[in-house]
Design a protein around this ligand. Structure first.
Ligand code: ARG
Length: 414
């Protein structure tokens, strides 16, 4: 009996060729799965090319809402930014794609899954780890890793096998898009000294093309999850899409970084992630009102750890479960609204309020209604500095090298 394989299928040149190639070289019956995370694939074109490439089916899975609810919003609650900058759009999508590939493999009784990720990137790491964690019995074929076809070879292969490829100019970059952001790499970006060419930007305007007038908006969160813009409750997809459009219009959300890939390569990457940038900024502002100092400190550490594990493809891990439990628990009182202004590529927060804010005007004020006991400060400072002072007198001040310059400098006439 012919064995079945489920192919992660975008409908472009590479995965159409992969579809045919899996039949020809491995003898598989190919089931194509296209996962929509908000990247609006040309599904009619994809279906057509899938048919031409001999797929027994091309299934489109609309995973936009699940992507936001179960992958993006938990990462937002964590304020997850890889190496402090990248909101992880591509990385967050991979475990969901892996899960849907496995579900599909089970549904059709496939013995293998395939994807077209290259052998130098992070995406193969994420997909392979997730798939083999969820389904150790499934064979994984990385078509690009196995056949290393050049673009010309792929075009020739497509022509030879009657696969219609739109005659577009060669894409100058490798890109990946979903609701949380757009990732761009390769081509001219490979020189970190070179400014990103104008054509890398598709979602965000250049500063000179942004509106002269600022836009102000209010984002409301419940337990750290955004639920409304300007008091209008929105479903997750609409909310994120709206912020993405608005941010892009005002030139907000561009990220240009050199990052450390899992496979040990430093790589120059450019991202457009207006919604992510706005929402993480707003969420952090709200946490300033609602988290204690200790929670804040711990959460920042967790954020780094969380971003690292998402980036590295350890989504389906106990470490993730544990960190996510901490993050979830920390969000119980992160309820409130943040007022934000977007203007000429800048994002400013103008104000914030929370249902159970820890901010107390009576304690902070220098006005007449001050409730803070300033005399109590003296006793507090004595104890807060006590250990430092004991150690300074017994050790630091005895140290002839005086590395902290504690002793008065000798005077000229000494
Ligand atoms: N460097 C980013 C990441 O690892 C983006 C990867 C983009 N993927 C792509 N197929 N172009 O998450």
């Amino acid at each position: 009996m012919t064995e079945k394989i489920v192919l992660a299928y975008s409908g472009g040149l590479d995965t159409s060729v992969a579809c045919k190639w899996l039949q020809e070289t491995h003898g598989y019956e190919v089931h194509c799965l296209t996962v929509d995370l908000g990247n609006l694939p040309d599904i009619e074109g994809a279906r057509l090319r899938g048919d031409e490439a001999g797929a027994v089916e091309v299934e489109l899975a609309d995973a936009k809402e699940d992507f936001l609810n179960y992958f993006v919003f938990p990462a937002l609650q964590a304020n997850a930014l890889y190496q402090g900058e990248y909101p992880l759009a591509t990385a967050l999508g991979r475990p969901l794609i892996a899960k849907l590939l496995v579900d599909k493999a089970r549904a059709v009784g496939a013995t293998a899954v395939a994807h077209g990720c290259t052998g130098k990137g992070n995406d193969q790491v994420r997909l392979d780890i997730a798939i083999s964690t969820l389904a150790p019995d499934l064979k994984i074929i990385g078509t690009a890793r196995e056949n290393e076809m050049s673009r010309d070879a792929a075009l020739a292969y497509a022509a030879e096998h009657g696969i219609t490829v739109r005659q577009t100019a060669e894409a100058p970059y490798s890109t990946d898009e979903n609701l949380w952001g757009r990732s761009v790499e390769c081509g001219e970006l490979e020189d970190p000294w070179a400014e990103p060419p104008a054509d890398v930007w598709e979602w965000t305007r250049n500063i000179e093309d942004t509106p002269a007038d600022a836009v102000t908006l209010e984002v409301t969160f419940e337990q750290g999850v955004p639920v409304a813009i300007d008091d209008e409750r929105l479903d997750p997809v609409t909310l994120v899409q709206r912020l993405s459009d608005l941010g892009g219009e005002h030139g907000v959300g561009r990220i240009d970084m050199v990052e450390d890939r899992v496979v040990g390569i430093k790589s120059r990457e450019v991202y457009e992630a207006p919604a992510a940038v706005i929402l993480i900024a707003a969420h952090k502002q709200l946490e300033q009102l609602t988290l204690s100092k200790a929670q804040h400190r711990m959460k920042a550490r967790v954020a780094d750890e969380y971003a690292d594990l998402v980036y590295g493809g350890h989504w389906f891990s106990a470490h993730h479960r544990d960190l996510a439990a901490y993050v979830q628990s920390s969000q119980q009182d992160v309820n409130g609204t943040v007022r934000i202004q977007l203007h000429r590529g800048n994002l400013r927060t103008l104000g914030k309020q929370a249902d159970h804010s820890l901010y107390s005007k009576e304690l902070a004020t220098y006005g007449d209604d001050d409730l803070f006991d300033q005399k109590a400060a003296q006793g507090f400072i004595k104890l807060h500095g006590l250990a430092v002072q004991v150690q300074a007198h017994r050790q630091l001040l005895q140290d002839k090298r005086d590395p902290l310059h504690l002793a008065a400098p000798p005077r000229e006439d000494d």
